[in-house]
Every structure is written in C-alpha cells, then in structure tokens.
Design a protein around this ligand. Structure first.
Ligand SMILES: [Zn+2]
Length: 152
C-alpha cells in the first residue's frame, strides 16, 4: 500500500465523507494482474490509478441488457440496469453489485475522493461520488477500459 501513516490515521478518524458515505475506507486487496492480454493503457489505469480520456469509451453508448465485468479478472461488477447517462464522458452507474468493490480514500489532486477497486483482483476502476440522480444517490464514475460488457 502507498498510504502514508498520516493518511491512514485520517481515514480511521473523522472524515467529512464518513457523514455521507455508508462505504468504509477499506484497504484494497493486493493488486494482481490476471489477464495477460491487458493493454498498456489498461494496466496504467488499473494498476497505477490512471484515468482514460473522457468520451473515448465504446461503452458510453452501450444500452443492452447484461453485466459489466472486470477486464482483468472477470469479476461481475455492475448490472446494465444501474447504468445511466451522466454526461461526464465516463460510463456511470448508480450502484455496484454487492461485494464487487473495495473502496479507499484518494487524496490526489488536492481532493478527497473515494476510489473503488475490484474486490477480487484489486484493480482500480474509478471514483464514486454522492451526486447520483437515482435513489442510491451514488455515481460510480468508471473507466470503460477496465470493463468488459457481456450481454445477456
Ligand atoms: Zn478484478
């Protein structure tokens, strides 16, 4: 883990996010490259907390019924029913499947954001915000390159 002691203490202590987010800051599982065919860009996002350029994902226009899986390990992460058009340029979801992700607080760029990682392989997928339009109030802002869509 790259968390400094200070950041770790902050996570354990009071954080404004704890008022609004029912998710706990849990240390992500050990990161593990499982799919040997991941591209350089995919590896950069999934294992170095990169972000794909907005409006580049083929999945933005995906409207079929099915499930979105982790491009690294195949873990089932989102149902198509949770997908919505956020206008941000990244595939967005109102909720994840139970147990799909582990989260941690990300302090990069001077912001405090909640980052989510695949619970199975530890790969980074995106950040979750509390401004979602649906009942959950969540907006999972996902990197399309980290997802594989499997239609039903
Ligand atoms: Zn995974």
């Amino acid at each position: 883990m790259r968390l400094s002691k200070r950041k770790f203490i902050k996570i354990l202590g009071f954080s404004i996010f704890s008022l609004f987010l029912p998710v706990k800051a849990i240390l992500a599982a050990t990161k593990q490259i499982i799919n040997p065919n991941l591209s350089k860009e995919q590896k950069k996002i999934m294992f170095n907390e990169g972000t794909e350029r907005p409006f580049t994902s083929d999945l933005l226009s995906e409207k079929r019924k099915g499930f979105y899986h982790c491009a690294n390990c195949g873990n089932k992460l989102f149902a198509s029913t949770a997908k919505f058009e956020s206008g941000t340029g990244w595939p967005s979801f109102s909720e994840a499947l139970p147990g799909a992700f582990k989260t941690k607080i990300d302090y990069s760029f001077g912001m405090e954001r909640v980052e989510y990682h695949c619970a199975k392989c530890g790969a980074h997928h995106g950040h979750v915000f509390n401004d979602g339009p649906r009942e959950s109030g969540k907006r999972f802002c996902s990197n399309g390159l980290c997802l594989i869509f499997k239609p039903e």
